[in-house]
Design a protein around this ligand. Structure first.
Ligand code: NAD
Ligand code: UDP
Length: 314
């Protein structure tokens, strides 16, 4: 297949590129490098089957010569630090950016995959979260700019299925981590790994009792690929159900990094913890049954690998 990937120079996108190249596909990445980088895909730059185009998918429609078999729309500002600082661009990337990506897929008769998020469930009142749950999102809260942009993107994607019969797929991605995350992107995995490797205090916000479930990136991109090739048009949760509190996670990172760091319980800056989901765990029954997919990398194993990568950059 010839596949166009928006946001393909980002963390998840670059790992997806690696997988797709090994599967024999030809790739065009469209990225504005707002949170991604050329460095993430530098190793592919000389490949005949890889093209990198610098473009903001909000600013103008995506125009591409030649046939396309698939469009994968990852462009977004997913780190809370990024979307809280860029609320309007975040909303536009989920709305106008998604519209542009869908129009390209429609023009080319290409299948389409949207990277959605567990944030569509907001601060969930159902646990673990199944795809049938509609969520608990504050539309005018600070996180709403990201959550609602993805909820709109899902609605728009589904409208192209019902109106135009486009071959669409929606992945609801839960917290994913691994090499190529930016050390300073503000998310908890790079924060704790950086702090532990420097023997600095780990900044656990509030009492650390909120929970998350962390998925290693190689598992996640396998799931995205399986979904892209599938006949499944309903949203599918992709994540690792191994749930833990943020305090437990901090202790695990300290142990695996052999760090002298202490835990610093602290209030977060600004809006960071307003509407912060108290719990999060994917129910992955649908992915197991319909895609034959489940994670294979344990959190201990994945964090150890991520720490080794971060250690070279700290
Ligand atoms: P990332 O920030 O590394 O990747 C996003 C990429 O999109 C970057 O390369 C960035 O430069 C690009 N981009 C942003 N706005 C753009 C625009 N207007 N035009 C062109 N390119 C643009 O983040 P990631 O973690 O790799 O996330 C990838 C996708 O997965 C996103 O859609 C995100 O919402 C989704 N997701 C990620 C997680 C996670 O835990 N990592 C969880 C849920 C959903
Ligand atoms: N968090 C924390 N310390 C940090 C960064 C994050 O305690 O230095 C918490 C944050 O409040 C949230 C969880 O870790 O409850 C996950 O945050 P992250 O930004 O990684 O992702 P989210 O799941 O909120 O999008």
């Amino acid at each position: 297949m010839r596949i166009l990937i928006t946001g393909g120079a980002g963390f998840i996108g670059s790992h997806l590129c690696d997988l797709l190249i090994t599967k024999g596909h030809t790739l065009v990445v469209v990225d504005d490098f707002s949170t991604g980088s050329r460095a993430n895909v530098q190793h592919l730059a000389q490949s005949e089957v890889f093209t990198l185009v610098e473009q903001d998918v909000v600013a103008q429609p995506i125009v591409m010569d030649g046939p396309l078999d698939a469009v994968i729309h990852l462009a977004s500002l997913p780190s809370p630090v990024d979307y809280l600082g860029n609320p309007v661009q975040t909303l536009l990337t989920g709305s106008t950016g998604t519209h542009h990506a869908l129009e390209l897929a429609r023009a080319k008769g290409a299948r389409f995959l949207l990277a959605s998020t567990s944030e569509v469930y907001g601060d969930p009142l159902v646990h673990p979260q199944t795809e049938s749950y509609w969520g608990n999102v504050n539309p005018i809260g600070p996180r709403g700019v990201y959550d609602e942009s993805k909820r709109f993107a899902e609605a728009m994607t589904m409208a192209y299925y019902t109106k135009y019969d486009l071959d669409i797929h929606i992945a609801r991605i839960f917290n994913t981590y691994g090499p190529r995350m930016r050390l300073n992107d503000g998310r908890v995995v790079p924060n704790f790994c950086r702090q532990a490797l420097r023997n600095e205090p780990l900044t656990v916000f509030d009492d650390g009792s909120r929970t998350r479930s962390f998925c290693y990136v190689s598992d996640l991109v396998r799931g995205l690929y399986a979904l892209l090739l599938s006949e499944v048009h309903e949203p599918v949760n992709l994540g690792n159900p191994q749930e833990m509190s943020i305090l437990e996670f901090a202790q695990l990172v300290i142990e695996l990094a052999h760090s002298q760091s202490e835990i610093a319980f602290s209030a977060a800056d600004g809006d960071r913890t307003t509407d912060d989901p108290k719990t999060r765990q994917p129910d992955i029954t649908r992915a197991k049954e319909m895609l034959g997919w489940e994670p294979q990398v344990s959190v201990r194993e994945g964090i150890a690998t991520a720490l080794a990568w971060f250690a070279e950059r700290v």
